[in-house]
Ligand binder design. Sequence first.
Ligand code: HPA
Length: 234
Amino acid sequence: MPTPHISSNIEDIAKTVLMPGDPLRAKFIAETFLKDVKLVNQVRNMLAYTGTYKGKKVTVMGSGMGMPSIGIYSYELFKFYDVENIIRIGSCGAYDKDLKLFDVLLVSQAFSESSFAKTMGISNRHVLSASKTLNNRIKRAAIKLNKPLKEGIIHSSDVFYRLDHQAYVDIYKKHHTIAVEMESFALFANAKALNRKAACLLTVSDSLVNHEETTSEQREKAFTNMMEIALNSI
Ligand code: HPA
């Protein structure tokens, strides 16, 4: 049952979808961790793969960058492909000086200035929560794997290249957001609109306070911690 942006058959999409921003990271996860892998979407190169992890069926699909992009893909997966759970696995910039590069964060809530939830007609609130059920599963998986996990509120921003640096500091102080990314708020809004579950794991890829950055090669390796936590939570 194809949609404007996904050409898969409904039976080719699992009930749980992991969503990295980058479709090539979806390919990496499928090739590194999954068995019996099938490529199930190529529309706009937003690659999706379905396979099994420890015997459980799972789909990994890119979301693209930003709330409009993840907003389209997550809505179509929840609404037209009967997906129950979406776990975003992405990168973030640290606002808190105690966060180190490659720390893995579990998002409890996303704050955003975005009008996504209001425009969609589900909420005038600027803070939306992740699914507690999914977050508990993720926390249990991290403990079992002995991988450290920090939890906190993050900022879903519409702008990557923000000109006013002080704006970051003000948001951090006012909303207690420990890091910034660009997708969770829209994902959580769609889950709320369609009564589905969404969660988000993030790896710190840069810091807006310590001005550290990672190379793409470092990122590829370090992001495997987050991927394994997400896969083992299924
Ligand atoms: N800003 C927004 N999104 C991000 C960042 C950032 O600095 N780093 C990773 N995702």
